[in-house]
Design a protein around this ligand. Structure first.
Ligand SMILES: Nc1ncnc2c1ncn2[C@@H]1O[C@H](COP(=O)(O)OP(=O)(O)OP(=O)(O)O)[C@@H](O)[C@H]1O
Ligand SMILES: [Mg+2]
Length: 209
């Protein structure tokens, strides 16, 4: 992966297959490469070598537009720090990726997705007027709105207290169960990782089962 400080080898010899519908928990110390792995799978960073296939597509065959289209169609992402657009309402935050994907009923689907996370009464609120747990539920609604085949979650409860985190994770697991979504969940919380079908550990850029 190139950076201003020169090439840095962050992921080394990572060999991971996630089956359709499977939930895999990724654990490992800070700096071990978990977020880097997520960025590569999301097509937000390019692997300098090796092969990355997501939803049946070799990412090397896609340009930036192709990667963006794949993300809009097939991949939902939830980050620790919510990543909502502060000047847009909850409804607009959820609707915008659907609009970009060309959906004519983006607002209706966004509203339905917000109701599914229990935020039907918060649609016109800006993120700044929502609690952390509510903001993460908006992010969940956004991630699931397009019914992605793959959900990538990076420490989704890292900024939440335990009770709120549990509510958010109950929602995440219930949504993925109803849609059959494949999940890669990065977490420091062993109890959370244990909710996945399988756990892999990352250390120093390498994965072990
Ligand atoms: N763009 C970049 N350029 C150079 N080095 C980077 C870049 N992004 C991450 N790194 C380095 O790569 C290593 C792995 O980082 P990464 O963010 O993937 O770790 P992580 O396992 O997600 O850690 P944490 O649990 O703290 O989130 C770290 O040593 C980090 O400093
Ligand atoms: Mg990380």
């Amino acid at each position: 992966m190139p950076s201003s400080s020169g090439a840095v080898n962050i992921l080394r010899g990572v060999d991971l297959q996630i089956g359709a519908g499977e939930a895999v928990g990724v654990v490992g110390p800070s700096g071990s490469g978990k977020t880097s792995l997520l960025m590569v799978l999301a097509g937000l960073e390019r692997a300098s070598s090796g092969r990355v296939e997501v939803c049946g597509v070799d990412l090397a065959t896609l340009g930036e537009d192709g990667l963006a289209a794949l993300r809009r169609r097939d991949i939902g992402i939830v980050f620790q720090s919510f990543h909502l657009i502060g000047s847009m309402t909850a409804l607009e935050n959820v609707a915008i990726p659907l609009e970009l994907a060309g959906a004519s009923d983006a607002e209706d689907r966004a509203a339905e997705s917000l109701r599914a996370v229990g935020l039907g009464h918060r649609m016109t609120h800006l993120p700044g007027a929502l609690s952390g747990g509510e903001q993460q539920r908006v992010a969940l609604a956004r991630a699931f709105a397009a019914r992605p085949r793959l959900l990538l979650a990076d420490e989704p409860t890292g900024n939440l207290d335990r009770a709120t985190g549990e509510t958010v994770m109950d929602l995440l697991f219930s949504l993925r169960a109803s849609f059959g979504t494949t999940l890669m969940l990065i977490t420091h919380d062993p109890a959370l990782a244990a909710r996945c079908d399988r756990i892999v550990s990352m250390a120093d850029g390498k994965l072990s089962p």
